[in-house]
Write a new protein. Structure first.
Length: 221
């Protein structure tokens, strides 16, 4: 504050403007000196296939990796799905995959990973058909048929592909809490079914389940 006092002593010849600048600077310096910036937490690289440092009783990222890998292997081992001479056409998306549990979760995280990895691993044993991008496909078909574009390299079909099977399923949970200890326990069940879109027959089923308990749950969003 010595410098500011010297400046204040010269306030009459220098004018009031300099006085206010000096006072403001001094006050700002005092306020800044009183603020302590706590040290942050460094970013940690986490393997998505294992439990991370932030975990609760619900479905975690490593559960999604584990369950989709398990379902993929199970599907490829099913003769009806992956053992036919002519690869069946399948739809795998989240439209009929319901979340009936108590945890908020993006269902696409599960179905997208299952579809992408199954498509890569099936090596032509399954044909994957989209139902989420029909507007895009229909628009391109119209351009070809109107002559606005050529027919591409694969030619034109009479109609878009019909599907043989479609994935359905549900996420379900059962929660319990001990009011004395605050312990929370959750049973998680994720069921998958592949349904014949002509007959309604369920040609394949899969189930992934686990239970966890903790004193304090995390916030899922």
């Amino acid at each position: 504050m010595t410098f500011c006092r010297d400046q204040l002593s010269l306030s009459r010849p220098l004018g009031l403007g300099l006085v206010w600048i000096c006072v403001s600077t001094a006050l700002a310096g005092c306020v800044t000196a009183g603020i302590k910036n706590p040290a942050g937490v460094a970013t940690i690289q986490v393997d998505p296939s294992i439990a991370g440092p932030v975990a609760g009783v619900g479905i975690e990222g490593h559960d999604i990796v584990s369950m989709t890998d398990q379902m993929m292997r199970d599907m490829l081992g099913n003769a009806v799905l992956a053992g036919r001479p002519k690869p069946p056409r399948v739809v795998i998306d989240s439209q009929y995959f319901r979340n009936e549990g108590s945890q908020a979760i993006n269902r696409d995280l599960i179905t997208d990973r299952l579809r992408v990895n199954l498509n890569r691993a099936s090596q032509g044993r399954l044909t994957f058909v989209t139902r989420a991008n029909l507007t895009m496909v229909a628009g391109e078909r119209d351009l070809k048929r109107e002559g606005a574009t050529d027919v591409g390299t694969t030619g034109m079909l009479k109609a878009m592909m019909g599907a043989d099977y479609r994935l359905t399923g549900a996420i379900s949970t059962l929660d319990s809490r001990n009011p004395k200890t605050g312990m929370i326990q959750r049973y998680n069940q994720i069921g998958f079914e592949m349904v014949d879109l002509e007959s309604g027959e369920i040609v394949w089923s899969g189930l992934y389940e686990f239970a966890r308990a903790a004193a304090d749950d995390v916030v899922y969003r």
